[in-house]
Write a protein that binds this ligand. Structure first.
Ligand SMILES: Nc1ncnc2c1ncn2[C@@H]1O[C@H](COP(=O)(O)OP(=O)(O)OP(=O)(O)O)[C@@H](O)[C@H]1O
Length: 343
């Protein structure tokens, strides 16, 4: 995927439609949508009942005739029609009015590194169906690096790890391009799954999906919750009744270490493919962690111990890809011009 900053400046909207959340940035306005990529549909009539947060709270609590659907998997739009209905509903009149005023509207969208041509086409079709006359595809890794404030245009190495819901993308960038990169099929969902499996096997309780996040907070000792033994409510796998269990957070940390190791393998593989000069740069600059799952407890320290280089978490890790793409469409990113007359 090659990015032309000049083409991006002509876009009016930047979109990051992920497996977990959808973010939309409107030129001169900023982030206008940051909602779960979820829709609730009446399967009898086909009517859209709710989208975003309203649909996400219905997940796991619906009667038979309502289905909660996710039109994006692993960063790829798998249901174009549903994705369009979801986006249309999320942006509401705000964007629709802008799009009507500008019939030659252009849009930019984040794409996971190494996405297949079919996945790229699905992304283009989704936005074209909403009225975009031209759609620019930008690597999530480049957009996130810009959003984190990394000097991607400079002739020095920057390493970024974007840990999303379905995948983790890892890259070393220099001179505005990807030098080496890899996508690992492990993200927040796999970590949540490891926590749920651990409780099922060791405590015989089935954890509700919404109970996983508070457990994450306990593991990291943030959100005012102390680390240590944690009390968790779940459904007994045998009797089906609700039960409260005392969970040893150290053991949960151990359970999530296995999927996290796959991310470490990916980082090692990218570093091995990098020229030594760039790897030397990383010793000083370190690795930037972005994506919502960058906040998973233990990920930062695990990467620091395995690579022995500093690891930083972006200020707003979850939104930095769309903010970076937003900065590009606003024309805030300057390309590096080489002056042939320079001594
Ligand atoms: N504070 C937190 N602690 C742990 N995990 C978190 C936290 N906040 C968000 N997450 C996880 O981050 C993931 C969502 O991240 P993000 O919004 O970057 O994903 P996405 O861009 O939709 O996914 P993908 O890039 O895989 O398509 C979810 O799996 C969520 O559980």
């Amino acid at each position: 995927m090659t990015i032309s900053l000049a083409q991006l400046r002509r876009c009016s909207v930047a979109v990051d439609i992920g497996a977990s959340r959808t973010r939309i940035y409107l030129k001169n306005q900023g982030l206008i949508v940051d909602e779960p990529t979820v829709a609730a549909v009446n399967v009898r009539t086909g009517a859209l009942l709710a989208v975003g947060t309203d649909a996400a709270v219905m997940d796991g609590r619906t009667p038979e005739y309502i289905r909660v659907v996710r039109p994006v998997a692993n960063g790829t739009v798998v249901d174009i029609d549903m994705a369009q209905r979801l986006l249309r509903q999320l942006v509401g009149n705000k964007l629709r009015r802008t799009w009507r005023r500008r019939p030659t509207m252009r849009a930019a969208i984040c794409q996971p590194f190494g996405s297949e041509p079919l996945a790229q086409r699905a992304a283009v079709e989704t936005l074209s169906g909403l009225g975009a006359r031209r759609v620019e595809l930008v690597d999530t890794l480049v957009a996130a690096a810009v959003g984190c404030g990394l000097p991607v245009e400079q002739p020095e190495a920057t390493m970024i790890v974007v840990c999303g819901a379905g995948t983790t993308q890892i890259a070393v960038l220099s001179l505005g391009s990807i030098v080496a990169a890899e996508t690992v099929a492990v993200g927040g969902n796999a970590i949540d799954h490891a926590v749920v499996q651990h409780l099922r096997q060791h405590h015989a309780v089935h954890l509700a999906s919404r109970a996983v996040r508070p457990l994450h907070l306990m593991l990291s000792g943030t959100g005012g919750l102390a680390a240590g033994p944690a009390e968790v409510h779940g459904r007994d796998v045998v009797s089906g009744t609700t039960r409260c269990v005392q969970v040893d957070t150290d053991r949960v940390r151990h359970a999530i270490a296995t999927p996290l190791t796959a991310i470490l393998d990916g980082i090692g593989s990218v570093l091995r493919r990098c020229p030594p000069d760039l790897v030397a740069d990383l010793g000083e600059r370190g690795i930037m962690l972005a994506g919502g799952s960058a906040l998973i407890p233990g990920l930062e320290s695990m990467i620091r111990e395995a690579t022995t280089v500093p690891v930083h978490i972006a200020d707003r890790p979850d939104t930095c890809a769309v903010q970076g793409l937003g900065a590009m469409i606003e024309g805030k990113v300057e390309p590096m011009y080489l002056d042939p007359m320079a001594p």
